[in-house]
Design a protein around this ligand. Structure first.
Ligand SMILES: [Zn+2]
Length: 675
C-alpha cells in the first residue's frame, strides 16, 4: 500500500476528506494508528513533570486524537450510507476496539488524577466560562465512564463495554439484512393497484436493480413499522403481507440480542451507581431524572389513546362500506387516507407533483435558510464526496463569507441503512481552526429513469427536519471540539431540527417551492387550508405509535438487573399493555427487533427525546410567530443564542436566552390535540 490518505490532514478546502483516494483497506490501519497516536499523546500528558494545568491537560486532551477523528467520521458515514460486506467486516472488528480505546482513556488513573486535581481547584483557575465548562464536562464524562471505580469493577466494565459494542454492531447488521430480505416481491402490477404510475414504475426499477426477474415489482421496506404504500394499496391481502413483512423483521436474530443487551446495560448502570440504565442515561440529559420523563409520558398516554379511538371510529365508518367490520393494523393508513380525501378533501397523492426535489431543496429548504439567516448555497460539482449521489454545496453568509460545506445524499440505495439523519465529517472548533462539513442522508426512492423526483408530504418534512440539524452543525461557533454544534444532550438535539420543520408550511416559503413540476402552477387554492385542517386528524395515531415505541424503550431500560426476560415479543406485549398504550391496530413505530435507535444508534433510554424536544420546539415556534421581530431578526437571535452555542453552555440556558423564560408544555399539547 502506498500512503494512507488518513495519515495526514486533508489539504482540500474545509479539510473535506480526500474521498477519491480513500479505499476500504485504508480504514483498519488508520484506526490502529489513530488509537495508538492518541494513547501516545495521553501518555505524554500524564508523563509531563509539570503540575497539571488547564492547558497541559484539558486543552492537550482536546487536541489529541486528530487522526482517529478523521478516520472515524468518514468510516461511520461509510457504514451508514454506503456499506458493503468488506466495510461491515471492518465495523465488526473496530467497534470493540473503539470501546476498549474509550475505556483506556477514561479509566487511565494518572490522567483522571490530573483532571480531578484541576476540578477541585476550578474556582481558582481564572477560566473563562467555556473553559470552565470544558473542565466540568470532562470531569463528569470520566466519572460516568467509571474513573472512580476499583480495579476489579473497572475490569468488569471493560468487558461489558466490549460486549455491548459488538452486540450493537451485530444488531444493526441483522436489521440491515432482515430489512433487505423482507422486501415484498410481487408478480403482477395488479397487486400494486392504488399506487401511482410512477410509483409502480419505481417498484419495477427497484426489482431490476435488486436482480429480480423481469416483470416483478419490489416494495423495499422503510425503517418504521408503517410503510407508506399501506395508505394506497387497494388489495387488502397485499397490505396485510406488506405490514407482516415489516413487523416480523429480525425477530429471531435480534430478540435474544435485545434481552442480552438490556441485561448488560443494567449491570453496567449498577456498577456506575445507578439503579437502572435509564437512570444512568437521563442523569446526564436535560430531563435529569427518570421521574421527569415518566411523568411527561404518563401525562400523554391517556389523551393520545382516546384520540386514537376517536380516529378509529371515523375510519370504521368508511371501512364499513367495503364490508370491513374491524379496522386491522394494515387498514389504518388506507382508511385514514380515505377520511382525509373525503372529510377534508386532501389527497396525498395529488400533492406529490407539487413537491419536486430540486424545487423543494432550493426554493424551500435553502430559501427558508436565506429568509431566516441570510444564507446562500452554491453547488460544487467539482468537489468529490463519498458516493456519486452525494452532492456538495458551499454555504455562504449574508456578507458573502464562507461558512462551511453541506453534503446532501437524498436517495435510497441497497448499501444505505434506512431512515434519515444528519452527520458531520468535520466539526467546527476555534481551537483547531476548523469549519464545519455536515451531511444529510435521506432515503427517497429513485424514480424510473428520466422521471422527476416527486416527494411525499412526509419526505418534504424530513428534508426540512434534517436540514435543521445541518444548520445546528453549520452555525456552531465554539472554541472546543467537545461542544461543537449538535454535541448537545439527546433530549435537546431534536429541538432545532423540529423547529426547522415550521418553514415547510410558512406561507411565504410554501408558495415559493410548492409548484407543479410540469406547469409551474402553485398548489390549488384552498388546499393549504384544508391540509392545515386535516393536520389534526392522525395525531392520535402518530402520538400512540410514537409513545408505544418510547415506552418500549423505557421498559427495556428500567428493568432491574437480573429480572429474567425469556422472550422479547412476550415482554414487548406485556409492557405495552401495562403502560396502557396497547392499541392492537396501532403497532409501535418500531418493534424491539428492528429498533435500531435504542440497540444500535445511541438512543437507549433516549427515544423519549423526540417528544421532550418537541415541548421546546412548539414553544419556540410560538415565539418565532409572536415576538414582534422580523423573521430575519428572530433567526439571528435563534442562531446566536442557541444554534451557535452548541453545548458550550447549558442548553436550557440557551433556550431561556431566546424565549425569555423556561419551557412550557401548553403549545405541544395543543399541537398534538392533547390539551
Ligand atoms: Zn432528527
Amino acid at each position: 500500500m502506498t500512503e494512507n490518505p488518513f495519515f495526514e490532514p486533508s489539504t482540500l478546502g474545509y479539510e473535506l476528506p480526500p474521498f477519491a483516494e480513500i479505499r476500504d483497506e485504508h480504514y483498519l490501519p488508520a484506526y490502529e494508528r489513530g488509537m495508538a497516536e492518541q494513547l501516545a499523546e495521553i501518555a505524554a500528558i500524564t508523563a509531563d513533570p509539570e503540575p497539571p494545568t488547564f492547558a497541559n491537560t484539558l486543552v492537550a486532551l482536546e487536541r489529541s486524537g486528530a487522526l482517529l477523528r478523521r478516520v472515524d467520521a468518514v468510516f461511520r458515514n461509510q457504514v451508514a450510507s454506503d456499506t458493503s460486506d468488506a466495510v461491515d467486516e471492518v465495523d465488526a472488528k473496530v467497534s470493540p476496539l473503539l470501546a476498549a480505546h474509550h475505556d483506556a482513556i477514561h479509566l487511565d488513573r494518572a490522567l483522571f488524577a490530573r483532571i480531578e486535581e484541576l476540578y477541585g481547584r476550578r474556582a481558582e483557575l481564572g477560566l473563562d466560562p467555556e473553559s470552565l465548562r470544558l473542565l466540568e464536562r470532562r470531569h463528569t464524562a470520566f466519572v460516568r465512564s467509571g474513573a472512580r471505580l476499583g480495579a476489579a469493577e473497572q475490569a468488569r466494565l471493560r468487558e461489558l463495554n466490549a460486549e455491548l459494542a459488538a452486540l450493537g454492531t451485530t444488531f444493526q447488521q441483522n436489521v440491515n439484512a432482515a430489512t433487505k430480505a423482507a422486501a415484498l416481491v410481487l408478480d403482477s402490477a395488479d397487486d400494486l393497484d392504488g399506487l401511482s404510475a410512477d410509483a409502480i414504475a419505481a417498484a419495477a426499477e427497484n426489482a431490476r436493480v435488486l436482480g429480480h426477474d423481469e416483470g416483478t415489482y419490489v416494495l423495499s421496506l422503510k425503517n418504521t413499522s408503517g410503510q407508506p404504500e399501506l395508505a394506497l394499496l387497494t388489495d387488502r391481502s397485499v397490505r396485510e403481507r406488506l405490514l407482516a413483512a415489516s413487523l416480523g423483521r429480525a425477530r429471531d436474530t435480534n430478540g435474544p440480542l435485545a434481552i442480552r443487551m438490556a441485561a448488560l446495560r443494567a449491570e453496567r448502570a449498577r456498577l456506575l451507581g445507578h439503579p437502572t440504565h435509564a437512570a444512568y442515561v437521563v442523569a446526564d440529559e436535560t430531563a435529569g431524572t427518570v421521574e421527569a420523563v415518566a411523568g411527561l409520558l404518563a401525562r400523554l398516554v391517556e389523551p393520545a389513546v382516546a384520540n386514537a379511538h376517536r380516529e378509529a371510529a371515523e375510519l370504521a365508518e368508511v371501512a364499513a362500506a367495503d364490508g370491513i367490520d374491524e379496522i386491522a393494523a394494515h387498514d389504518w393508513a388506507y382508511y385514514s387516507e380515505k377520511v382525509r380525501q373525503g372529510s377534508y378533501r386532501v389527497d396525498a397523492a395529488a400533492l406529490r407533483p407539487y413537491f419536486e426535489l430540486e424545487r423543494v431543496l432550493h426554493d424551500g429548504v435553502f430559501h427558508a435558510a436565506g429568509l431566516a439567516y441570510g444564507l446562500t448555497f452554491t453547488e460544487r460539482p467539482d468537489l468529490t464526496a463519498y458516493h456519486p449521489d452525494a452532492r456538495v454545496f458551499e454555504v455562504f453568509e449574508e456578507d458573502g463569507g464562507a461558512l462551511g460545506l453541506f453534503i446532501g445524499d437524498f436517495h435510497a440505495r441497497a448499501s444505505k441503512r434506512g431512515g434519515a439523519w444528519m452527520d458531520e465529517l468535520v466539526g467546527q472548533s476555534a481551537l483547531t481552526g476548523r469549519r464545519p462539513v455536515v451531511m444529510n442522508n435521506l432515503n427517497i426512492a429513485r424514480p424510473a429513469p428520466g422521471e422527476p423526483v416527486l416527494l411525499t408530504w412526509d419526505e418534504v418534512r424530513t428534508l426540512f427536519h434534517e436540514f435543521g440539524h445541518a444548520l445546528h452543525g453549520l452555525f456552531s461557533d465554539v472554541r472546543y471540539p467537545l461542544f461543537a454544534g449538535t454535541a448537545v444532550p439527546r433530549d435537546f438535539v431534536e429541538f432545532p431540527s423540529q423547529v426547522n420543520e415550521m418553514w415547510m408550511i410558512r406561507p411565504e416559503v410554501l408558495a415559493n417551492y410548492a409548484r407543479h413540476h410540469v406547469t409551474g402552477e402553485p398548489l390549488p387554492a384552498g388546499l393549504v387550508e384544508r391540509m392545515a385542517a386535516a393536520g389534526g386528524f392522525g395525531q392520535g395515531f402518530r402520538t400512540v405509535e410514537y409513545l408505544a415505541a418510547t415506552l418500549l424503550d423505557w421498559a427495556w431500560h428500567t428493568v432491574p438487573e437480573g429480572r429474567g426476560i425469556a422472550d422479547a415479543e412476550e415482554f414487548e406485549a406485556r409492557v405495552l399493555a401495562e403502560a396502557g398504550i396497547a392499541v392492537p391496530a396501532i403497532p409501535p413505530r418500531y418493534r424491539t427487533a428492528y429498533f435500531q435507535h435504542i440497540f444500535a444508534n445511541g438512543y437507549s433510554a433516549g427515544y423519549y427525546a423526540y417528544i421532550w424536544s418537541e415541548v421546546l420546539d412548539a414553544d419556540t415556534v410560538q415565539w418565532f410567530e409572536g415576538n414582534g421581530r422580523s423573521v430575519r431578526e428572530s433567526g439571528e437571535v435563534f442562531r446566536r443564542e442557541l444554534l451557535a452555542r452548541g453545548f458550550s453552555r447549558d442548553p436550557l440556558d440557551s433556550f431561556r436566552e431566546v424565549v425569555g423564560r423556561s419551557p412550557e408544555t401548553g403549545p405541544l399539547l395543543a399541537r398534538r390535540g392533547l390539551a
